[in-house]
Design a protein around this ligand. Structure first.
Ligand code: NDP
Ligand code: 2IT
Length: 447
């Protein structure tokens, strides 16, 4: 599929970054798409744009010591990978979960470069996090961890330098503790240094909802491109965190019926449609487990441990939990059950084999860097409000988000068409995202 130079560059990226399979997967997927532009743009080769793109501008790894409720000293590892600043300050979330390692942060940071480019807003790409898991910790423990994490991170970030936000395990509580510590250490009320803040202290309306809302709007656009709509259609969502909850909310507002949600213990099926107030109460307020939904909902819902949420027959699938959660066998079940559209709310939730099956079967497949870009786009809108010391209404912010999602959708389809792959959102997203970053890098010379 590749010509020699692409293959050689990919081989060298893999050799230089051993033991990072998720990073290799993310790079391979982008390279796969870029084969279509190689002939038309030899200048990207000459300036080693791809080699430079795959090498983060800066990688920071640090010790995060903190004291737990029993008085024991605990040590975690913190990461911030400042991947590419061609289009603006590094921008991307922080993930707090036990499984976090450098390769995972690099895959997320690499994806973020192209996603942020697609938003059309001035943001570069970065990502960070820690192998600390807030689940099962007290508020005091989470606070002490966040303060320690920020005590090192604050040296590296700033509203014009690097602007972190949330991701798995990092929500308003964690952002609050980190912003408080940043403010204390720097003696500056620099609201634009973090996004996803609380509404009383510099946050933006719609940021909490943005990723899920944007994914649902993107899926609706994909259906509309096929002359179809969401109205009355069964939809499967995985996860029950920030992205999943607000994807469910928007699908319901658009007339669809979400029949599943999940967490790492299993999934629920509710043929009557998810009762979102109940699910939010369990997940956002009580930080409980998904099984409790079926116990409290009664008749229409059941909990399934083991098995796969993708076995449930639906027309639209929105994976919103984590990377590589939807496998080849899941893609076969979904295709067998007549799925029409798959849009990734999570980052890289579908394995390459699953994506290949969707594309071969003519299913519309929206990759995460396009379909879930609404979260980071609204983070950039939060930065705009912070810079102008303003606060927009919900309707205005949501209007901007919807407009951005529609324009990303159109850009993907137009670019795919332009490069001879009509209807291929993966090629469209990768090529459109890449070209803007590559052109900026060319303008700056070899740096
Ligand atoms: P949350 O921490 O709010 O929720 C994560 C959800 O996914 C939880 O239900 C969690 O279950 C489940 N989950 C996480 N890891 C696993 C796993 N290994 N196996 C099964 N279930 C799992 O995170 P978000 O909703 O913010 O993030 C979800 C995805 O969306 C991630 O891929 C993230 O990178 C991506 N994303 C997030 C954005 C944002 O703005 N927050 C923006 C764009 C993408 P449990 O509670 O059991 O851990
Ligand atoms: O993956 C993502 O795009 C995010 N977690 C959101 C990043 C952000 O800076 O809002």
């Amino acid at each position: 599929m590749f010509d020699t130079s692409l293959q050689e560059t990919l081989d060298s990226v893999i050799a230089r970054n051993p033991g990072e399979p998720e990073f290799h997967q993310a790079v391979r997927e982008v390279f796969d798409s870029l084969a279509v532009i190689q002939e038309r743009h030899p200048e990207y080769n000459d300036l080693a744009i791809l080699t430079r793109l795959c090498e983060p501008e800066r990688q920071i790894i640090f010790r995060v010591p903190w004291v737990d409720d029993r008085g024991a000293v605990r040590v975690n590892r913190g990461f911030r990978v400042e991947f590419n600043s061609a289009l603006g300050p590094y921008k991307g979330g922080l993930r707090f979960r036990e499984s976090v390692n450098l390769g995972i942060v690099k895959f997320l940071g690499f994806e973020q470069i192209f996603k942020n480019s697609l938003t059309g807003l001035p943001i570069g790409g970065g990502k960070g996090g820690s192998d600390f898991d807030p689940a099962g910790k007290s508020d005091g423990e989470v606070m002490r961890f966040c303060q320690s994490f920020m005590t090192e991170l604050h040296r590296h970030i700033g509203e014009h330098t690097d602007v972190p936000a949330g991701d798995i395990g990092v929500g308003a509580r964690e952002i609050g503790y980190m912003f408080g510590q940043y403010k204390r250490l720097t003696n500056r009320y620099e609201a634009g240094v973090l996004t996803g803040k609380g509404l009383d202290w510099g946050g933006s309306l719609v940021r909490k909802e943005a990723t899920g809302y944007g994914t649902a709007v993107f899926a609706e656009e994909m259906l509309a491109a096929r002359g179809e709509g969401l109205d009355g259609r069964p939809v499967a969502v995985s996860g029950s965190g920030n992205v999943a909850l607000y994807a469910i909310e928007k699908v319901h507002q658009l007339g669809g019926r979400v029949v599943t949600a999940s967490d790492s213990t299993g999934y629920i099926v509710d043929e009557a449609g998810i009762d979102l107030d109940l699910l939010k109460q369990i997940k956002e307020v009580e930080r409980g487990r998904i099984r409790e939904y079926a116990e409290r909902r009664g008749g229409s819902a059941r909990f399934v441990s083991g098995g796969s949420v993708w076995d449930v027959p639906v027309d639209v699938a929105l994976p919103c939990a984590t990377q590589n959660e939807l496998h080849e066998s899941d893609a076969k079940s979904l295709i067998g059950n007549g799925v029409v559209v798959v849009a990734e709310g999570a980052n890289m939730p579908c394995t390459p084999e699953a994506v290949e099956l969707f594309r071969a079967a003519g299913i519309a497949f929206g990759p995460g860097k396009a379909a879930n870009a609404g979260g980071v786009a609204t983070s950039a809108l939060e930065m705009q409000q912070n810079a102008s010391r303003d606060a927009w209404t919900f309707d205005y912010a949501e209007g901007r988000l919807t407009e951005i999602m529609r324009s990303i959708h159109a850009n993907c389809l137009e670019t795919a068409e332009e490069y001879g792959r009509p209807g291929d959102y993966v090629v469209g997203a990768n090529v459109a995202g890449f070209r803007k970053v590559a052109d900026a890098m060319m303008a700056f010379g070899v740096i």
